[in-house]
Design a binder for this molecule. Sequence first.
Ligand code: NAD
Ligand code: MN
Length: 481
Amino acid sequence: MQPAQSIDWSYAPAPETFPVEIQQEHGLFIGGKFVDPRSRKHFDTIDPATEKKLSRVAEAGKADVEVAVKAAQKAFKGWSRMRPAERAGYLFRIARRIQERARELAVLESMDNGKPIKETRDVDVPLVAQHFFHHAGWCDKLAHAVPGVEPRPIGVCAQVIPWNFPLLMAAWKIAPALACGNTVVLKPAETTPLTALRLAEILQEVDLPPGVVNIVTGAGETGRMLVEHPNVQKVAFTGSTDVGKRIARACAGTDKRLTLELGGKSPNIIFADAPMDQAIEGIVNGIWFNQGQVCCAGSRLLVEESVVDEVIGRLTHRMRSLRVGNPLDKNTDVGAINSRQQLERVNSFIECGVQEGADRIVCFDGALPDTGYWVAPTLFRGVQPAHTIAREEIFGPVLTVLTFRTPDEAIARANDTNYGLSAGVWTSRASKAYEVAAGVKAGVVWLNTFNQFDATSPFGGFKESGFGREGGRAGLAAYLA
Ligand code: NAD
Ligand code: MN
C-alpha cells in the first residue's frame, strides 16, 4: 500500500485584477462639483490590509458644511417639485450606472475598507444597486407608502454613516431620501470615504441636478457640525451608540426629525433540533462576515446545552478552513480589520475575555499577514452572562458562546442585553421558531438563516440599538413629513 501522502489543500492566489485608478487627492462634492475645501485641510485614507495610503481626502470645516447645506437648500425646491416619474428616472439611471461600474466599486470598497472582494462583489454592491432600483419604483407611488398620509418631503437631510458598509450605508440613506423628494448632505466615515466619492461621479454622469446630493468628507467634528446645522430638517445616523446618544441630545429641543441605527450584541440561538449543517454556516456567516464588523453580527451564540460540544466542535473545524488574508483575493473569506484603532479595541476585548476567565479558542492555524490589521477568528466558551465580552459590542471576529436549557431561558438570555438589533433562531420546529422569534426583542429576527438583507424589508433596532427603520415602507416614512 502507498503511504498516505499529505495533500496541500491551499488555494493558488486568485487576485482580482480589475484596475482601479485612484486620484491622489479628493475634494468635497458640493453643488454638483468637486471643490477644494475652504478649510484647506486634508487627511489620508489607507488600505487596512497593506497600511498603504490610497488617497488624500478633504476635511470639511464649518464654512464647507455651510456651503454644502446651502447647496442642498437651494436644490430642494426644484427637486421636491419635480414630477415624481422624472425623479424616478434619475434613481433608475443611478442604479444602472452602479451596475455598470460594479466591479470598480467592489474593488475600491475592498481596498478602502479591508473586506473581501467576495463580499463587496456579491453582497455590498448588488444591494447598493437594488436600493436605488427599489426606491426608483416608489417615487410616483408615495401616496401608497404610508396610507392616509399626503406624501410631502421633509427638506435637507444630514446623513452620517460608518465605515463597515461604506457604499451600502450611503445607498440606504440617499435612495429613500431622494425618492421622497428631499435633498442630502452625506458624511462618510473618515476611514472609508472613497466609494461615496465614486458615487458622486456617478451622480454627475446621470446629470443629477446640482445640490440634490452633497458629500462632505471629514471626521467626527465634521459630522457634528453637519447634524447641528440649523437648516437641516432631518438627521439620519448610523454608527456607535455613544455618538448616537450625543446626536440625540443635540437634536432634542429642535424640530429636526431623527433616526438612529446604532450598535448591537445580537443573539444567534441554536436549538438541539436545528438543521446543524446550515446552522454552522449561519453562525460562521453571522460572525465572520466582514470580520464581525457588522452592527447586526450574531456575536452572542446561545446554544442548547445538550449540543454545545457538538456545535463548538463543528464550528472550530469549519472556522479552521476559513481563508484569512488579502481582501482582493477571490478566495479570501476573512479580510482585514478596518483600522488600527478598531484592531486595538478588538484585541482589548479579547484580553478582557481571557482575564474574566472565559476559555479562548483561536480557530486559525495559519500565519496572519505581516502588514495590515488582522484578528484571527476567535471564539470564547465558558462565558457567563455578566462577562464584559457577553455584554459589550466587540465589533470584531470574536464569538461568545453561552448555553440555555429551555426555550424560555433562550428568550430570557437573548433579551439580557441593552441592544436589540437582530437575532437568529435555528430549529426545525416551526412552532418553536415563531414562539421564540416573537419573544426576542430585536428589529430583525432571522429564522434558520442569518445576515439576509433586502431593500423591501425594514431594518432597525430596539433599545440602545436605535430607532427608526431603513428599507421597505417604514423606511420611506422616515423621509416623509
Ligand atoms: P462612530 O459612531 O464613531 O462613527 C460613525 C460616524 O459618525 C462616522 O462618520 C463619524 O465620523 C461620525 N461621528 C463621530 N462623532 C460624531 C459626532 N459627535 N457627531 C456627528 N457625527 C460623528 O462609529 P464607528 O466606530 O465608525 O462605527 C462602529 C459602530 O457603528 C459600531 O458600534 C456599530 O455597531 C455601529 N453601526 C451600526 C449600524 C446599524 O445599522 N445599526 C451599522 C453600522 C455600524
Ligand atoms: Mn481606508
